[in-house]
Design a protein around this ligand. Sequence first.
Ligand code: FE2
Length: 751
Amino acid sequence: MTQNQVFGYADRLHINPGQTINFHVSSEGDEHFSASLVRIVNGCVDGESNTYQEIPILSDFEGEYTGRQKAVYAGSYAEIDLANSFANADAHTVQLHIYPTKLRGGGQQTIVCLEGKDGQTIEIGFEDARLSARLNSLQGQTKLTLTEPLTEERWHLLALSWSTEQGPATFRSWCLENRFHQPTRMKYCEDTQECHALNLGDDVSVYLAATVAEPDRNGQTIVRDCFDGKIDALRIAREFLSKDNVIAAADFAPNQSIQASLSGIFNFSTSTTVSFYNELSHEQKGTFVNLPLLGVRGVRWDGSVHNFDGATDHYSAVYFHSDDLYDCGWSRDFSFEIPDDLKSGYYATKIANGEGETDYIPFFVSPRASAKKRAPIALWLPTMTYLAYSNDRMADNSEKYGFDVAGWNDQIEPDMEGYAKLLAHPEFGSSIYDYHEDGCGRHFSSWLRPIVNMRPKSSLWGMTADTLIISWLEHFGFDYDIITDHMVHEEGAELLNKYATVISGNHPEYVSSEILDAVSTYTNDLGGRFIYMGGNGYYWVTGVDSNYPAAVEVRRGVGGSGAWFSYPGEHYLQSTGQLGGLWRHVGRPPQEIFGVGTRGMGFPGSIGFTRNPEWDDPRAEFLTKGITEECLGDYGIMGNGAAGEEIDAVDYELGTPTHALVIASSQNHPRGMMIAREDLRFVIPDEWVHSQVRADITFFETASGGAVLSLSSMTWCGSLSHNNFNNGISQLTENAVRRFSKPEPFRLPSI
Ligand SMILES: [Fe+2]
């Protein structure tokens, strides 16, 4: 892959007519590129499902563009504008706690950088675990170095003191070996050097965790030498603090006599997710860039508290990563105002350079909120889950996961061409299934960057798998609108209630509490009809921060199946304040709303469903009519069966309505289909355990005349098109959609 590539992203994932979407493109080698609009009917190019279909749509942005190659400057950092903090004093001290998390691999990392007048700067950082402070005055540079190397994953206290006139400067460090109650300060070392006069002036810009340089040729701020690790308790003093006073100033709330010498106290627990204040002068504000992690254990965390809310002294740290990325910040290349007559659907802007390299930038068009005319059916695409998996590099993480992901991928047939592009661009970041370079799990994923696997023609997973539902709807001529997780999150049950029937995507795994509330209200209170056409749904507590609307946040807690666990004390989401982990473990199991919840996962091939006695229940007649298959769905393009990959089952203890009918279940999955670990109480081989691994086709009515049908498998949609859509899976789905779209209320059985 030596050719120039072209990549892009849009500033929106869903949009209504009348609104404008902006496109940001990087064309390698500054090559010209063309742009055009397509609507995606079937995004799948795998194997026998090679029925990819995109429909060209004439748009006003179609044409040729001058390309620019644009860079991605990943890495979170903080920026503080300090006015008057350095005025009227003969000497100063800047000090902070750091917790480095990636010393291996070498490289320069900047901890704090002060930029004053006339190019005078102070930089504290390290290379190969060796700390240094560089004081750049008008007369030249003085470098102080510490002999004691940093220790990875230990807190250190650092302090640099200097004089504004010529005189000594002292750089100190302590390693805090014991984090409980009374930290043991060990490995103290210092360096003192005679330094030129250094007067930063009245206005000083402070950068934490990165060196921020002049903008590049595209006007993007260059960020380099990013720090991996936590910073806590930044203090700025108007004095040359003694050793004892440095320690006293590092307290969460320094005593009065120390406070008198301080001009800046920054405890990051008192910050919002975008900014923080000098506690001594609320006019001085700092800003976070690229979404660092908050709600993390600070230097004073002692294991006695687990929620950052109300425990500011324990959670006064911020965690920066050199590969954090919220927004690439690329300049806009072109825009598109959605015309009133553009049908709701899955669209993509196709960009192509002269070498035949292409990219697709997806977005979803939905009717405007005030639209009178709507389709009777909404296909709800799980955009939060799309983001969770965005740019996943799972195949690279087999060792960390402890299993061979490539083996699992045999069923999914990964898009290796897309994966090669991803490997060539580490700066595009990865998914919530991956790790930062220091080994910390990734908590955020944003759409303001190229996402190589959130594209038509990518692996048969997520967005691409969901196009199998789109193509099924179109085959039968059903009139449908597209809606998304983010729309339901914002508009709630009111949006769902505009539709007679709502159909989920095949893998709605990541959802917010607003989404659970919306479905529950729609089906239980408003008579709505809901078809859950997937598996492993409504599983992880997911948050969206209104300050970062393009990102989702996940804290995995210590359960579920999802690549990493949260660190102790870090289970609460900074975006919402909610306890993270599985919805099941925080008291909102999906079984309550959908009748089913995750029961198993595995990729050894899929199977069909076996009828249960409830198949013949008159309440299910509308679903089963016309179906002759004894084994339902033992075919399909996702592992040759309608039950597979990730599957759900009823659990009455967890809230499945007692009147739910389980009309068919998948039985005897191959051994590679494993029980969900939250269902496993002992780690022992057991036939009973294996017998519980099944998908349950589950139907129930609600008291408001609504109904829920859960098909409980990710591979259901892979069977829809079998035999030119003439099959039992398609028939059952069609039966459900036709009845669900009729106004006659469902009635609760007399039980
Ligand atoms: Fe999943």
